[in-house]
Design a binder for this molecule. Structure first.
Ligand code: NAD
Length: 292
């Protein structure tokens, strides 16, 4: 049994922490939000005293600034030299490297281990983990990652997990735009969109996004579009991930023009429709009314 301080009990962190507890670990849940604490048995406000008792500290927080603040002011000041640190949040590569360097300077092994698979994957312990950090830290933490996930890939040194996540999500964002534009064109040309979907699903245009985020209500019954664009994966999160990919591309001097356009379009639409599923961008493309 491992004693775990789990910081950030939101949409993803709550179910991940529960999966670890159900696997027999001693999980101390922490969140600044009283609502999130109320939903997790025994949860507390973030506490240095609790962190000093933990074998492992896991963070699942919204953005780089949250993770940096929590690590700088709470985790490193209170962790003991043996404490292992795992950040599962999706944040920028540069902040991750800076945090890993600060952790290493104090002797802590730290992993960046962002995930894909959404709330359903978190509930069922079937997330995909993209991991960066020292091999020794990876091997030590592998059993915990395997409790929460079904596919664990160690990509390399610190930052490599976030690099894989940013690159993967940029493909998803660009593909989403391609699917929505294809349906917008097909609709404008008067095609039967159910027949068009069936064509694409069995031909070269097939993709995860097509099958899970077809933007036409009623075509794929389980899709957010068939449920008034209830997310799914919220537009604001898609916009955030695409901005992280752009930050990484800029830092490396790599041109990613389709990624840049997708980041710009999703960011601008997220200002007014941030809580809708990202496939709701289709309404904007087709200039359809949207009350969401
Ligand atoms: P969320 O907003 O639901 O949860 C974040 C939690 O962190 C909240 O409960 C918030 O109160 C808490 N928090 C914020 N600052 C804190 C602090 N200083 N100390 C303690 N708690 C604090 O977010 P989420 O959907 O669970 O996502 C978490 C991360 O996982 C994000 O980086 C997101 O991009 C990534 N992610 C999300 C999904 C998804 O489908 N939701 C999928 C993959 C990855």
């Amino acid at each position: 049994m491992t004693k775990i301080a789990f910081i950030g009990l939101g949409t993803m962190g709550g179910p991940m922490a529960r999966v670890l507890r159900n696997a027999g670990h001693d999980v101390m849940g922490m969140d600044v939000s009283a609502d999130m604490r109320a939903a997790f048995d025994g949860a507390m406000e973030p506490s240095g005293a609790a962190i000093s008792q933990a074998d492992v500290v896991i963070t699942m927080l919204p953005e780089g600034r949250h993770v940096t603040e929590v690590h700088d002011t709470l985790v490193r000041p209170h962790a003991t030299p043996e404490t292992r640190l795992i950040d599962c949040s999706t944040i920028d590569v540069e902040s991750t490297k800076a945090l890993a360097n600060a952790a290493q300077a104090q002797g802590f092994g730290m992993l960046d281990a962002p995930v894909s698979g959404g709330p359903a994957g978190a509930e069922t312990g079937s997330l995909s983990f993209m991991v960066g950090g020292p091999e020794e830290a990876f091997q030590q933490n592998l059993p915990l990652l395997e409790a929460m996930g079904s596919k664990i890939t160690h990509f390399g040194p610190s930052g490599a997990g976030q690099a894989a996540k940013a690159s993967h999500n940029m493909i998803c964002g660009i593909t989403a735009m391609a699917v929505m534009e294809g349906f917008a064109l097909a609709d404008s040309l008067g095609l039967d969109l159910k027949k068009f979907y069936a064509l694409c699903a069995g031909a070269a245009a097939q993709s995860w996004t097509l099958e899970n985020r077809c933007p036409i209500p009623g075509v794929v019954p389980e899709s957010p579009a068939s449920n008034d664009f209830d997310p799914g994966f919220a537009m604001r999160l898609m916009a955030k991930d695409l901005r992280l990919a752009q930050a990484a591309a800029t830092a490396m001097g790599q041109e990613t023009p389709f990624g840049a356009k997708a980041a710009q379009d999703f960011t601008s639409f997220a200002e007014t429709h941030g809580d809708r599923d990202f496939s709701a961008f289709y309404k904007h493309l087709r200039d359809l009314p949207d009350n969401g």
